[in-house]
Write a protein that binds this ligand. Structure first.
Ligand SMILES: [Zn+2]
Length: 156
């Protein structure tokens, strides 16, 4: 079983439990865009490997071990998504791309990304102004008027 799909399933179960209060086969199938029998099969594997508890018709819950993996993946997902949104990627696209990238980053990149998002969120407003300027730059292709210096004007 590829680590990627294992993590995708645990993440989907985690999100479903948080959002719906339960995670049933059909719900996870529709969340992941796969067929119900594939979910049933994966649930069976995850249960055997000690990641989930599975009761037919009632859906699944995460074991301690499953919850730990899911929480890690979910944290990385959120931070990649936030990072892409800082780049002015739309929330929907950022969410999709986060799921593609979350499994491929090295531990070093993940650590630094987590630190960066933490920094941006704790940074005082004035200090993070350059990020707002990027919003303008992204939309207009140039710096906000108050920040264009004479040299830039001259080059135009
Ligand atoms: Zn994800």
């Amino acid at each position: 079983m590829a680590t990627q799909s294992l993590e995708d399933y645990l993440e989907a179960i985690y999100n479903s439990l948080n959002r719906r209060g339960h995670a049933k086969t059909n719900e996870i199938a529709s969340d992941l865009g796969v067929k119900a029998p594939s979910v049933t099969e994966m649930f069976d594997k995850l249960r055997k490997e000690g990641f989930i508890n599975y009761k037919k018709y009632e859906g699944v819950t995460l074991t301690e071990r499953g919850r730990e993996v899911a929480k890690d993946v979910s944290e990385v997902h959120e931070n990649i998504k936030k990072f892409l949104e800082l780049l002015q990627v739309s929330p929907k696209q950022a969410d999709k791309d986060a799921c593609k990238v979350e499994h491929s980053l090295s531990e070093e990149s993940i650590d630094q990304l987590n630190k960066f998002i933490d920094f941006v969120e704790r940074c005082p407003e004035e200090e993070a102004r350059w990020l707002k300027h990027f919003d303008y730059f992204s939309a207009h292709g140039e710096l906000p008027p108050a920040h264009r210096d004479k040299r830039d004007e001259g080059e135009e």
